[in-house]
Structures are given as structure tokens and as C-alpha cells.
Design a protein around this ligand. Structure first.
Ligand code: ZN
Ligand code: ZN
Length: 149
């Protein structure tokens, strides 16, 4: 079976930042879309707890949920397609009848929106911009790029 890729649109705020979530402490911060997609960054350091992981582990709960809805809808559309195909196969043959049931109800995708209010910090070490909670900015944050505080 071929791999199927789902496209999920993640909204950015007015400054071009997207909200991501640390897989360790679950707190949220923002990076620019460009920085998040940078290929030379194989791991992101959480600015709050300083632990690191690959970028794909930093998706927020909403994004993960959305991905599951999209995947489930895809599975359902495959199921209803195959029962329609069966119906065609059996058509015209005597004594056998196969009727496709009601269309399977699809789950609606949520509308994702950007609502985190965070403070901008410019990190000179890597020329990196991050948005974090104001309090964390005061006590110091880890650079998401090199992990230095
Ligand atoms: Zn963290
Ligand atoms: Zn740095």
C-alpha cells in the first residue's frame, strides 16, 4: 500500500509565527514558520525546560487532533468507496443483491486559529526569534536553536 500524505494547514499569527508545544513540559511557544521549517535544525530546544526533540514532536494537541480527524475521514472514504464497488460487481447477477449502505458520516475538521499571546525575544547566539511567556522572558529562556540560556 502506498503512503498517504495528509495536508493540514497550521495558521500563523500576524507576525508569521506558529504556536508549538513542548513534548516534555507541554508549555507553548512560537517560532517563525521559516525557522520551524529550516532543514539545518534537526532538533528544537524548549525555551522553558531546555530539553530537546525533533520538530515533528512539537506539534500542539490541536494539530495532532486535526491530523487524526483527517486520517479517520480518509479511512471512511475508502470504506464507502469499496462498498460502492462491491455493489457494482454484484449488479445484474441474479439472486445476489448487495446494496451500499448510507454514506458514512465524515467528521468535520476543526478550524484552527491562532490565539496565544506571547512576547518576542531575539536570540543573538543564533539570530533566532522566539515568542514565549512574558514571565519566562524575564527569568531567561533557552535558545531553541543551540540550547544556551
Ligand atoms: Zn519544555
Ligand atoms: Zn542559540
Amino acid at each position: 500500500m502506498n503512503n498517504v500524505f495528509f495536508k493540514i494547514t497550521v495558521p500563523s499569527d500576524n507576525d508569521g509565527f506558529i504556536t508549538i508545544q513542548c513534548p516534555f513540559c507541554n508549555d507553548r511557544f512560537k517560532l517563525t514558520v521559516e525557522d520551524f521549517k529550516r532543514e539545518d535544525i534537526i532538533e528544537i530546544f524548549c525555551p522553558y525546560c531546555g530539553l530537546r526533540d525533533e520538530p515533528s514532536h512539537f506539534y500542539t494537541d490541536e494539530i495532532v487532533e486535526q491530523a487524526q480527524v483527517v486520517a479517520r475521514n480518509y479511512t471512511k472514504s475508502l470504506l464507502s468507496q469499496s462498498s460502492k464497488d462491491l455493489e457494482k460487481t454484484f449488479k445484474g447477477k441474479k439472486h445476489i443483491s448487495f446494496k451500499a449502505g448510507k454514506p458514512i458520516k465524515m467528521e468535520s475538521e476543526k478550524i484552527l486559529f491562532e490565539h496565544e499571546e506571547l512576547e518576542v525575544t531575539n536570540l543573538d547566539c543564533c539570530q533566532f526569534i522566539v515568542k514565549t511567556r512574558a514571565l519566562s522572558k524575564e527569568i531567561g529562556i533557552y535558545c531553541p536553536c543551540c540550547g544556551v540560556r
